[in-house]
Design a protein around this ligand. Sequence first.
Ligand code: GSH
Length: 308
Amino acid sequence: MSAPTCDLILHHYNESPYAEKIRVLLGHKGLRWRSVKVPRIAPKPDLVALTGGYRKVPVLQIGADVYCDTTLIAEVLQARHPQPGTASEAGRFNDLVANWVDVNLFGKAVGFTFGSLADHLPDELLADRAALRGGPLERDALKRAVPLARQELETQLSWVETGLQGDAPFVNGAQPGNGDFTLYSTLWFLRNGRFDFSGLPCISAWMERMGAFGHGQREDFNAEGALNVAQAAAPAALPDNSVSPDPAGVALGQVVQVTPEQLGHGTSVLGELMAINARRLTLRLHSERCGDVHIHFPRTGYRVRALA
Ligand SMILES: N[C@@H](CCC(=O)N[C@@H](CS)C(=O)NCC(=O)O)C(=O)O
């Protein structure tokens, strides 16, 4: 008898550090998942057909539910597949580490890696990321920024090295949490950018532990098939825990716009607000290719505003 179809569909590309975060999390949880490859640069017509405009990766699709942002994806995977647990452990600063990586370390790692690999990066990639950033990305300026980026990273990674000198094997304690997966993905990217970790033995050993989780059971799939899955499904029922109106000034039933706070140019989504609380929000979208879908975002790191 063949195994039942796997309902986790990850839209991603191999070089993406944030996608690596979720691939390793899927590996840690020993899950089967379907892999849909997204182009590394815009246009990404199939992805935005599903998300209503969000072009970043990774995106997790389960039927007609689409989860944007790895922090939310990690929460969803934890709720559906609780063992092994990845929830934040008491007495640790797991969420704080994840947020510090998102808003600080990741940008420095991108600066270092893009600068180190500047001569090998295609013009189209630089132009595309400049558009997302809303500012120029010039090859020579990227190269000139490498020494300072290296120095800043050495300082900040010494903080991590000190933190990992304790008894716990992970940032989150006995089990890895969102802090570990987020930090790992950024350091994985830095390693691909040839950052020298040789003076950081605790980080190096922890990276070995994280990398050993692998990627779970990955099955190749395609965008057309994934959109058909959305079309054939109905969004899951939403929990009845919305707070409306929200302090952001939006209320259920309104058409709202959601935009990432960082690198958000050209990746907003417009839709009817179906659910909202302090942790996450959900938009309803309808399209010919996907039917009705629910697009879910975390609140942290995203701005929401009413249109009209
Ligand atoms: N906060 C987001 C960040 C995602 C992100 O920045 N992804 C990068 C790739 S690692 C991206 O999509 N870059 C632009 C692109 O690929 O179009 C998350 O946690 O998912």
